[in-house]
Design a protein around this ligand. Structure first.
Ligand code: ADP
Ligand code: MG
Length: 699
């Protein structure tokens, strides 16, 4: 299929072209109005659409349909129903009604609800998100029609990741439109948030994975001595693709293209065994759905090639972890990118207002942004001198920083230009130079015509950080619109707003190296929050200020905010508990026996060698060292067991999470240290776990 992407692209998607072909004209028109948010779908139209979808899916071999939704686990959920409908005469026909398309009724009791639902209050609903196209997915021989859906409780509270994202899109569009209108844009009618999420991941050979209970159960290695070689040679980043990996990527792309996912960029990442995939950006809720499909397809296709794809934020200590870079902007229905600076940004009022609104939003709600990327995995990544630090700041680059500084004093008068770059060889072309360099260390960087939020974890649903970003920007745009709509002289009022923001929020702008100690100190001086742990970050989420923000814009109710915080705390505690128990299991049943065997062998050697009258000092010394480490390991296992029991006994979700953070995590780190030291001296043949060198370098 790779020969012609255009022919195959979106082959399994019921997209606009297919709809035009399959639907009667008036039905298509009516659906289009619904897609544009102008009218709800009426039942008759829904029946016709459902029927056309069914015929189209059956022609592709589908037997089932499913409502595909995104509960608070961060994963996707689906329950398949066959199209069959039995008749009285014993035959069956294939049926799919508008009602079945629009609404599903899965049991909601076993999904995380953060106390919104008791186990016995089971009813939940899924509702078709018609703005994300339905598609046919092939899993082995099973072919199913997938219907992207929102998921809510019987009482209407959002139990998923999609609902707040859709709500936040409405909020952002509403506030951005107010600003556009008052600034004189009379043509646009809607503003959509756009998103291009770059996805990082690791591939390791399936054979190693099967031998590591930690990877199997927790997604990361809980033990593993540093290999003699890591990423220090800087030879993997953008290196040539290994053939087996390239073949995997080829098949991955083909699978994604069929599903309408615009997989575009692929390359080796910084750590050995680490890679990246980036799609072309799209509407933010479609991008979120596609990112879920991408994570799913990565894992599925990896298996076919004898690999396992690791999406954990920090599968290996000592080399880079994986994240997602959420590239975000806003675009009008007339095609205007609101973050496009144009040739002369200093006199592009819409751009300046939007830019300043984003800066204000990030400064005002830095803790909330930090909380939106808080999970157990990301804790090992953020602030660990590789990924962005836990401190949120904004990179603007030379040109925009200059304009921002001009704004603090009054109207901006000029824009620095990029110019030309001459490379000193008569055969190389002169290059047009961008007006701004890049900064890879910034957590929130302006990159030409969009912002790139780099703190997101590789395993996370992007919906959380996306709806937070949409909402905080909607909020600051709302503040701006409130003032401008009342102003007699809009231009002067806008200028004043820009000046105020440039003065008040200058502290969030930082163009230097975010990985340095100096920045940590400087940020503290500036009063910027530094929420190092996941626990602290979640704690900062359900504050009265944030509850007001989300309810004002109709994104989350107070109850929904608190429920989400509960779910985050709970998820964190559960993850660490599983990690601690897995560690103890591996330590007791695999590592300790191996160490005992090794010390036994050494003991025999010492006895045999000294038995023939030769001094066995080096062997004795080694034996002593191994035995000492075994003793330390033993006591650290006991300490971890105690810490886990203590944390488990703590009442209250938040306190529970705090104890896992403060008692269990340090005990885990201590045990790991001893075990990793043992790995460096115990005979390789006896060591029960595949080594870092094998996992990272064998392909
Ligand atoms: P990088 O050089 O930062 O690694 P990539 O090319 O890997 O960049 O990814 C950049 C991402 O940004 C792509 O997914 C691209 O489609 C996306 N992008 C470009 N323009 C926009 C925009 N206006 N809104 C959202 N995302 C965008
Ligand atoms: Mg990239």
């Amino acid at each position: 299929m790779s020969a012609c992407i255009t022919g195959e692209f979106g082959r399994n998607v019921f997209n606009e072209v297919t709809m035009r072909e399959c639907l009667p004209k008036n039905v298509f028109k009516s659906l289009k109005k619904t897609l544009d948010g102008e009218q709800p779908l009426d039942p008759v139209t829904a029946d016709v659409i459902a029927n056309a979808m069914k015929d189209w899916a059956i022609a592709k071999g589908a037997t089932h349909f499913c409502h595909w939704f995104q509960p608070m686990t961060g994963l996707t959920a689906e329950k398949h129903d066959a199209f069959i409908s039995p008749r009285a005469d014993g035959r069956t026909i294939m049926e799919f009604s508008g009602k079945e398309l629009i609404r599903g009724e899965p049991d909601a009791s076993s999904f995380p609800s953060g106390g919104l639902r008791a186990t016995f209050e089971a009813r939940g609903y899924t509702a078709w998100d018609c703005t994300s196209p339905v598609f046919v997915k092939e899993d082995g021989k099973n072919i199913t029609l997938y219907i992207p859906c929102a998921f809510c409780s019987y009482t209407g509270e959002a139990l998923d990741k999609k609902t707040p994202l859709l709500r936040s899109m409405d909020a952002l569009s509403k506030q951005a439109m107010r600003v556009l209108r008052v600034l004189g844009n009379m043509t646009a009618t809607r503003v959509t948030a756009t998103m291009g999420p770059e996805q990082e991941y690791f591939l390791i050979d399936q054979a190693f994975y099967a031998k590591r209970l930690d990877l199997l159960l927790t997604g990361r290695t809980l033990f593993g001595a540093k290999p003699p070689r890591g990423q220090e040679l800087e030879d993997h980043y953008f290196g040539s693709l290994h053939e087996r990996v390239a073949t995997f990527m080829n098949e991955l792309n083909n699978e994604l293209w069929k599903l309408g996912v615009t997989a575009k960029t692929q390359h080796n990442e910084v750590a050995p065994g680490q890679y990246e995939l980036a799609p072309v950006f799209s509407t933010i809720n479609v991008a979120a759905d596609h990112n879920q499909l991408t994570m799913d397809t990565l894992q599925k296709v990896a298996r076919r090639h004898g690999f396992v794809c690791l999406l954990h934020e920090k599968p290996f200590a000592g080399v880079n972890g994986s994240g997602k870079h959420n590239n975000w902007s806003m675009c009008t229905d007339t095609g205007l990118n609101l973050l496009d600076p144009g040739e002369t940004p200093h006199d592009n009022m819409v751009f300046l207002v939007v830019l300043c609104a984003v800066i204000q939003a990030v400064d005002k709600y830095a803790k909330l942004l930090r909380a939106s990327v808080a999970n157990a995995g990301n804790e090992h990544r953020l602030g660990a001198n590789e990924a962005p630090p836990a401190i949120v700041s904004v990179f603007l680059g030379e040109q925009l920083t200059d304009i921002f500084e001009q704004l603090a004093k009054g109207p901006a008068k000029n824009s620095k230009k990029g110019g030309q770059l001459k490379l000193g060889s008569s055969t190389l072309p002169p290059l047009a130079k961008d007006s701004t360099d890049r900064n890879r260390t910034s957590p929130f960087a302006f990159t030409g015509n969009k912002f790139e939020f780099r703190m997101v974890g590789s395993s996370q649903s992007i919906s959380g950080p996306c709806f937070v970003l949409n909402t905080i920007v909607a909020d600051t745009l709302c503040d701006v619109a409130d003032v401008l709509e009342k102003a007699d002289d809009v231009k002067a009022a806008a200028q004043k707003i820009l000046q105020d923001i440039a003065v008040k929020h200058a502290r969030i702008v930082y163009n230097g190296d975010n990985y340095t100690e100096e920045w940590v100190a400087e940020a503290a001086k500036r009063g910027l929050p530094n929420l190092r742990s996941t626990y602290e970050s979640i704690h900062a989420f359900p504050t009265p200020e944030h509850v007001t923000l989300f309810s004002k814009h109709g994104v989350l109710s107070k109850e929904e905010v608190h429920a989400r915080a509960e779910i985050l705390f709970e998820g964190y505690s559960k993850q660490i508990n599983i990690e601690a128990l897995t560690m103890l299991n591996i330590a007791k049943r695999q590592i300790l026996p191996a160490c005992c065997e090794f010390s036994g062998k050494l003991g025999q050697t010492v006895a045999a060698v000294s038995g023939v009258g030769v001094a066995a000092e080096p062997q004795k010394k080694l034996l002593k060292k191994v035995c000492d480490l075994i003793a330390t390991m033993e006591s650290r296992m006991e300490a971890l067991e105690k810490a886990t029991a203590k944390a488990t006994g703590v009442h209250g979700t938040e306190k529970h999470a705090q104890s896992f953070r403060e008692d269990v995590l340090p005990a885990m780190a201590a045990l790991r240290q001893t075990v990793d030291e043992l790995e460096t001296i115990v005979e390789a043949k006896l060591w029960p776990l595949p080594s870092y060198a094998e996992m990272l370098f064998v392909r």
